[in-house]
Design a protein around this ligand. Structure first.
Ligand SMILES: C[S@@+](CC[C@H](N)C(=O)[O-])C[C@H]1O[C@@H](n2cnc3c(N)ncnc32)[C@H](O)[C@@H]1O
Length: 414
């Protein structure tokens, strides 16, 4: 498994925990914000602003674009924000900055009833935000939209209820100039755990080749079949084996996307109802920018914190014995404990690396420092606290005070 944070050499990251149940029945899904959506929306909520602000600081006329390829209705029936309303709010916030960014939103939705709801939400809330709404299949319309935003930064969000568009179409998003002075290109894809349903067909005697070919296209080839069977050779495999097989396919997907797209890095976030339960879906993020990798990692960590808070509240509401009143305090105490554990673990690992006698940067030792357990969970504040702890213990001379990019800070043995 490749993991760890942003460095040109490392690249795929994964982290733990996620949100509730995602239904493939879209009518049910759109009634209220299911907990499965809480994490992905928390990540978009915290990432859209730095993406727009940073990439729009040097773009043509400060223009920035978002393409929401499987847009949904914009808001749930209970009024809470879907990706549509959230991106509109972000666009308005970015336009109100002291150095305004001009955000263009492009929504695609192929269900007639849903697109009508989306249109009503966008028309009511867009104010001065520029937008397009396309009623149709994202596969067909994506190339046209990419052409419309070819000179400006683009963030593409692909959030289907089932399988997403083929990998070659996702990789084609990156068919734009790259390198210094060119516009940012980033993609966030929701790979649903319906991988399992398709993989189950690998053991079937019936003619299911056409269904398997659908997943071949999504994965950019039939390679996933061998990857799955290696971890899960028989139909009676254990839950752990199935989870390992699923992860192997998602990691293979991220690797392939990175290769085909010439992306610098990918993050994989697995979204689980609770630690220890199987993922409901995986979010795969791809970028060509080291800044994008670092910032997305920070936002994923914040999104997970939001997710834990959401679940603490839901658990308290479900508790018949009325623990609801002090759930926030209990959650805060739990977070403090978690954070202290993470900082201790990071400090031990940093000390271990320093004991090898050489200065190093976290970005170059991501696997050693993050291990299997902390990928995506920790962020700058935890690294900073850990380095401070190591400094106080006299094991380093490096003081992280005032350093914004701790990933690239050279940590020197004392
Ligand atoms: C999971 S929902 C979207 C949720 C929304 N992105 C959010 O975050 O709030 C997926 C949506 O994609 C739409 N859809 C499914 N296949 C599509 C396709 N090929 N092209 C465009 N939209 C599609 C469905 O009708 C559904 O409304």
């Amino acid at each position: 498994m490749q993991r760890s944070p942003p460095s040109p050499s490392l690249i795929t990251q994964r982290d733990h925990f996620g949100g509730g149940s995602l239904s493939s029945d879209t009518s049910k899904f759109h009634k209220s914000k299911k907990s499965a959506a809480v994490l992905k929306h928390a990540i978009i909520n915290s990432y859209a602003t730095p993406f727009g602000s940073k990439t729009g600081s040097t773009s043509k006329n400060n223009r920035v674009s978002f393409i929401d390829g499987y847009a949904g209705p914009g808001r749930y029936e209970d009024g809470s924000e879907g990706s549509g309303a959230m991106l509109l709010r972000k666009a308005k916030e970015l336009a109100a900055m002291s150095r305004p960014r001009k955000v263009e939103l492009h929504f695609v939705e192929d269900d007639e009833e849903t697109v009508a709801k989306l249109r009503a939400v966008v028309e009511a809330e867009a104010e001065d935000v520029e937008y397009t709404i396309t009623d149709g299949d994202i596969s067909k319309h994506l190339p046209v939209l990419l052409d419309a935003v070819k000179d400006i930064p683009v963030f593409v969000y692909l959030d289907p209820c089932g399988l997403p568009i083929p990998l070659e179409e996702v990789a084609a998003i990156f068919d734009r100039p790259s390198g210094p002075g060119t516009s940012a290109t980033e993609v966030l894809i929701n790979l649903t755990a319906s991988l399992r349903r398709f993989a189950g067909m690998l053991y079937s005697d019936k003619a299911v080749e056409n269904s398997l070919k659908k997943l071949d296209a999504v994965c950019g080839g039939a390679w996933w079949r061998a990857a799955w069977l290696e971890k899960c050779p028989t139909k009676d495999a254990s839950e752990d084996q199935k989870m390992a097989a699923e992860l192997a396919v998602v990691e293979g997907y991220a690797d392939k996307l990175r290769e085909n797209a010439g992306a610098l890095g990918t993050w994989i976030i697995d979204v689980r109802p609770r630690a220890g339960l199987k993922p409901l879906y995986y979010l795969v993020f791809a970028t060509r920018s080291i800044h994008g990798m670092v910032t997305f990692g920070e936002c994923a960590s914040k999104g997970l914190e939001h997710w834990r808070k959401y679940h603490a509240e839901v658990a308290a509401e479900d508790d018949l014995f009325g623990s609801a009143a002090d759930w926030e305090e209990a959650w805060r105490a739990e977070e403090k404990k978690l954070s202290a554990q993470w900082v201790d673990t990071l400090a031990d690992r940093i000390t271990g690396e320093l004991a090898k006698g050489h200065a190093f940067k976290i970005i170059d030792r991501s696997e050693q420092i993050l291990g299997d357990d902390l990928v995506g969970l920790v962020r700058t504040m935890h690294f900073r606290a850990a380095i401070n702890k190591v400094l106080a213990a006299g094991k380093t001379t490096t003081d992280p005070k005032g350093v914004a990019d701790v990933y690239n800070l050279l940590i020197t043995p004392a």
